[in-house]
Design a protein around this ligand. Structure first.
Ligand SMILES: Cc1ncc(COP(=O)(O)O)c(C=O)c1O
Length: 388
């Protein structure tokens, strides 16, 4: 007789399999980049969030090798013990400066940054108004806080306004991603900024996919007013455009000081290894020196969109490196991804619960390093894969 836990596990896995929602893990050998190698076969990779091609850039690797000698690898303890190095300090200052935000606080991941910031800042009587398609880390942070919350239909500013107008004795918050991680569209930030100001709400923007992409790389904050930047909360990850790992919350110096006291994922977590901060610092220096990297990335996006549209593919309204190809049915999405894989294209099917039921899709991402020929070959393969 199986234990109660074993019964739960096998029933849950069987259900996921029957619904075509079982998640499968691959193990890459070698670095990820435009190509990736899995089980000895090389694929053209269209799944990476290393949009600017910096994760394995020789200059970043040289810096990491250099710092590794001096710093070692593990940070040894939490940031409030001996885990925080001068590289953490330098990166916090550099990120604040680059984004135009007053101050920054590093976490070990973007997920932990959201959990820690929302958990530390929200109180039970507060009202949180948030986009229905927000990332899991935002949803988890809001739910765990016990604050009242209202989810508005994706990017629907009038519904967001109506919810912000609800009675509340606590603080009001308006929480959104800048670039939505599974759709690639950009939030109506200027309108949300106005709404937040009108209702006395704090604007909280997750710029995980906007930093390095929007506003010549400076991210979402660059299009907001100086007043907003002083009062808002901005979160980003080092794991996408900066090619490293880690997360950061940006806001006023007082906000950072408050989070150092109240963000549990900051206080009780082993600090990010200093070499991860060094990798991000080097990547940031490269972005500052050569913002044309961002221009080339957008050029890659345009080429994909132009070619795909000419080939009759229906694309969604995304101006960013995240280009979803909507399929709808979970089994069909898996079949299309399997066909592309067989042709040598590494593209994954994204299914519920990551995206809403009935909206399974291929999440194609373009990066700085994709050549014209790579993009054209993908479009040529997509057409028959979608219309077998
Ligand atoms: C919008 C958004 N926020 C936060 C995160 C979490 O960042 P990290 O991967 O650094 O934990 C992600 C990453 O997938 C994301 O897409």
């Amino acid at each position: 007789m199986d234990s109660p836990l074993a019964q739960r596990l096998s029933a849950g896995l069987a259900r996921a399999e029957a619904q075509h929602r079982l998640r499968r893990r691959d193990a890459r050998s070698g670095a990820q980049g435009v190509e990736c190698c899995i089980d000895g076969r090389r694929y053209l990779n269209f799944t990476s969030n290393d949009y600017l091609g910096l994760a394995a850039h020789p200059r970043v690797l040289d810096r990491v090798r250099h710092e590794l000698g001096g710093q070692g690898f593990g940070s040894g303890s939490a940031a409030l013990l001996s885990g925080r190095s001068s590289l953490h300090d330098e990166l916090e200052r550099a990120l604040a400066d680059y984004t135009g935000m007053p101050a920054a606080l590093l976490f070990s991941s973007g997920y932990l940054a959201n959990l820690g910031a929302l958990g530390g800042l929200l109180e039970r009587g507060d009202l949180v108004v948030h986009d229905r398609l927000n990332h899991a880390s935002l949803i988890d942070g809001v739910l765990a806080s016990g604050a009242h919350h209202r989810r508005y239909p994706h990017a629907d500013v009038s519904r967001a306004a109506a919810s912000l107008g609800e009675q509340s004795d606590g603080l009001r918050w308006l929480v959104t991603e800048s670039v939505f991680s599974m759709d690639g569209d950009v939030a109506p930030l200027a309108t949300l900024e106005m709404l937040a100001a009108e209702h006395g709400a704090t604007l909280y923007v997750d710029d995980a996919h906007g930093f390095g992409v929007l506003n010549d790389g400076r991210g979402a904050a660059a299009s907001l007013t100086a007043d907003s930047r002083r009062s808002m909360v901005l979160v980003m990850t080092l794991g996408k455009c900066l090619g490293s790992v880690g997360g950061v919350v940006l806001g006023s110096a007082e906000l950072v000081q408050y989070l150092v006291q109240h963000a549990r994922t900051y206080v009780y977590d082993t600090a990010l290894p200093a070499v991860c901060a060094a990798a991000a610092l080097e990547a940031l220096a490269m972005l500052r020196e050569a913002p044309q990297r961002v221009g080339r990335l957008h050029d890659r996006v345009s080429r994909f969109r132009t070619r795909a549209t000419a080939a009759g593919l229906r694309l969604s309204d995304s101006p960013t490196p995240i280009q979803p190809v909507m399929i709808g049915d979970d089994a069909r999405a898996l079949a299309v991804a399997a066909r592309l894989l067989a042709e040598g294209f590494y593209v994954r099917a994204i299914r519920p619960p990551t995206v809403p039921a009935g909206t399974a899709r291929l999440r194609i991402t373009l990066t700085h390093d994709h050549e014209d020929a790579h993009i054209d070959a993908l479009v040529d393969a997509l057409v028959p894969a979608l219309n077998p």
